[in-house]
Design a protein around this ligand. Sequence first.
Ligand SMILES: C[S@@+](CC[C@H](N)C(=O)[O-])C[C@H]1O[C@@H](n2cnc3c(N)ncnc32)[C@H](O)[C@@H]1O
Length: 472
Amino acid sequence: MGRKKTNRVILENLTVIDAGAKGKAVAKAEDGRVVFINNAIPGDVVDVQTTKKRKAYFEGNAISFSKLSDKRVEPACEHFGTCGGCKWQSMGYEHQLYYKQKEVENNLKRLGKIELPELSPILGSAEQYFYRNKMEFSFSDSKWLTLEQIKSDVIVEDKNALGFHIPGMWDKILDLNKCHLQRDPSNAIRDFVKAKAEILDIPFFNARNQTGVLRTLMIRTSTTGEVMVLIQFFKEDKNKREALLEAIKNKFSEISALLYVINGKGNDTIYDQEVLVHSGKDHIFEEMEGLTFKINAKSFYQTNSEQAYELYKITRDFAGLKGDELVFDLYTGTGTIAQFVAKNAKKVIGVEAVPDAIKAAKENAERNGITNCEFYVGDMKKVFNEQFIAIHGVADVVITDPPRDGMHADVVAQLLSLAPQKIVYVSCNSATQARDLALLDSHYKVTKVQPVDMFPQTHHVENVVLLEKRND
Ligand SMILES: C[S@@+](CC[C@H](N)C(=O)[O-])C[C@H]1O[C@@H](n2cnc3c(N)ncnc32)[C@H](O)[C@@H]1O
């Protein structure tokens, strides 16, 4: 069944039959073991170099193709295959949607083992490229070189890169030419920053040696047309920093918040750092159905604004509010869902672990003239307890939108004891959602399921479920 190559195996002539967890292609080896394959899609026939061998499965990379799937399309991006993002670009969008729908259905059926209504067809994204409103690029003085570049006699003069980490390599950065994820002026800003930094002779970061000056570039765009740019420096060199930021300001009049951080720590996260303003404001605004949301450098906001609007409309529709309900919005973030449904409810209470997000939620609600929303900070499993319910009352409807891990078992138990009429469960991970639905199944029936594609060209899928209290 296979040729040996060093201590790894080559599995020959495998037909890819499915797309599985984490977006990998799935085939069956001759011995019946499942093979999870990178860089192939359903319908391909491939030879696979294995990278992992376990009792029940293999993992590996497709190294040659004897047949290419008829589901294939030409990837739009020149960096496809090297860059870690947008791994499903070689598959037609209708097929991406088919496999996302199938993943949600499989997870709910196989992991949840619950009775399900017919799933609504997945809601595709109107924009299949350039849909992200936030991108973060890394600077590096040791850019990723292709095998041809390494082998060739031509010396690569420019070793600087501004782009994304190569998958599995923390210190190698792909120098981006054009990225298809964020709309203009994102690419123009990134290109300009790189060129100007080189003219000013500002050293790019070296993650291995922790040397250099320029660390990361974040760009946020909004549907209102505002743009935020944040540059993270490893060390302060006031003259060069100001020269670079002034040049960016003068070149791009649409930048309304030009920010920087001086971060000498071991890692790139800005969440524990002071964000300083070079020019303009420290925030931009996002707008949705007449509501405005203030977004600062550290704020969470759904990364596909247009599709977030669709997701929220489905959530509001599933909640079916008439105007006299008490609603809890668990894991509220900056309170966007809470404010979005507020005009249809008597009162909405949002809970969230991040204090800054709750501060923003309160500010946003005040600016939006919403007076029937309250927001509280805390870890859900601690805050959402008997005392919380004694103070706020029994919710008629609970909307819950937890992180990928799903809800803590204590939160599910508390939901069962609270016993609201309806629960609307928004999830970015249908596997953990299925687990939680199974825990709720004794008291709640799943009556609606609506998958939503927020991230075209990737395997990620959002899913909204309506649970209604059983009367028996
Ligand atoms: C998927 S986001 C939902 C955000 C929000 N619903 C929205 O649409 O913008 C999940 C949120 O849960 C918060 N979170 C994570 N763990 C939490 C916990 N244990 N208790 C409370 N909130 C938590 C995160 O900070 C994040 O804002």
